[in-house]
Design a protein around this ligand. Structure first.
Ligand code: IPE
Ligand code: IPE
Ligand code: MG
Length: 246
């Protein structure tokens, strides 16, 4: 990326794709119109990540709490996921994208579940970009499901309670095999995490923009990466420990 040295490009970007409803309302259209318009922004971001050498992209598409939205909106979103899976997967595969869906997938109906599994299987050998889509996902759900796996291992006698540490529990969390997010982006103006990757964002750099998701494009992503590249990540150390004094 011109202007940003390769070492300063985030390896993993996580995005809360927010603002679709407001984007649609401003156009006097139903909220589902905004969700549909958001597909273009997803394509823009994927292209930019491939070009800039970002290794991992995790998108928040549907939260554990979004099930509480009006029935017709949830239905429209499920229909959109189905259409997007049918239309976009081959092209993503052609670009070397590996797709993963994270979240409580058992909550989805059979047709959607089957397509998610087949998209994951089709792209399993790719590594140009690891693209994770969080659906029916909550950071608290993730910590609970990891804890259950730890408890089950203890019950089977394979693990002692005092062996459960951050590294061990972390192995059961979603995305454990990938580097944690370096840059956390939220569009749509709200400055909150809304139960996205709670454990995994412990040391991510947070970036909030008022741009609504359907308007987010490659230039917006570039701006976020440039902002990230200017930051000093200290991970609890002092500035002097990070930049050795000459
Ligand atoms: C984000 O956009 C998409 C989902 C949560 C599925 P919203 O639908 O939350 O849009 P706003 O925040 O109401 O504008
Ligand atoms: C977060 O957005 C979830 C997704 C973008 C999928 P919400 O619109 O659901 O978040 P809140 O309700 O404003 O916190
Ligand atoms: Mg919202």
């Amino acid at each position: 990326m011109p202007g940003v040295e390769a070492a300063r490009v985030p390896r993993h970007i996580a995005i809360v794709m927010d603002g679709n409803g407001r984007w649609a309302r401003a156009r006097h259209r139903p909220r589902s119109f905004g969700h549909n318009a958001g597909r273009k922004a997803v394509r823009e971001v994927v292209e930019a990540c491939l070009r800039e050498g970002v290794q991992v992209l995790t998108l928040f598409a549907f939260s554990s709490e979004n099930w509480q939205r009006p029935k017709d909106e949830v239905g429209a979103l499920m229909g959109l996921f189905l259409r997007a899976l049918d239309k976009e997967v081959d092209e993503l595969h052609g670009h070397g994208v590996r797709l993963r869906f994270i979240g409580d997938l058992a909550a989805f109906d059979e047709a959607l579940l089957q397509r998610m599994h087949s998209a994951m299987a089709q792209t399993v050998g790719n590594d140009a970009l690891h693209m994770n889509v969080a659906v029916s996902y909550g950071g608290r759900w993730d910590i609970v499901q990891a804890s259950r796996q730890a408890a089950a291992a203890v019950a089977r006698g394979e693990l002692r309670v005092d062996e459960i540490d951050e590294a061990r529990l972390g192995q059961w969390l979603s995305l454990a095999e990938l580097p944690p997010p370096d840059l956390f982006i939220r569009t749509g103006g709200e400055r909150r995490i809304s139960n996205f990757l709670l454990w995994q964002v412990a040391y991510a750099e947070l970036y909030f923009t008022d741009t609504l998701w359907p308007d987010f494009d490659q230039a917006c992503l570039r701006e976020a990466i440039e902002d990230y590249a200017r930051r000093e990540r200290r991970f609890g150390r002092t500035s002097e420990q990070i930049v050795p004094v000459p």
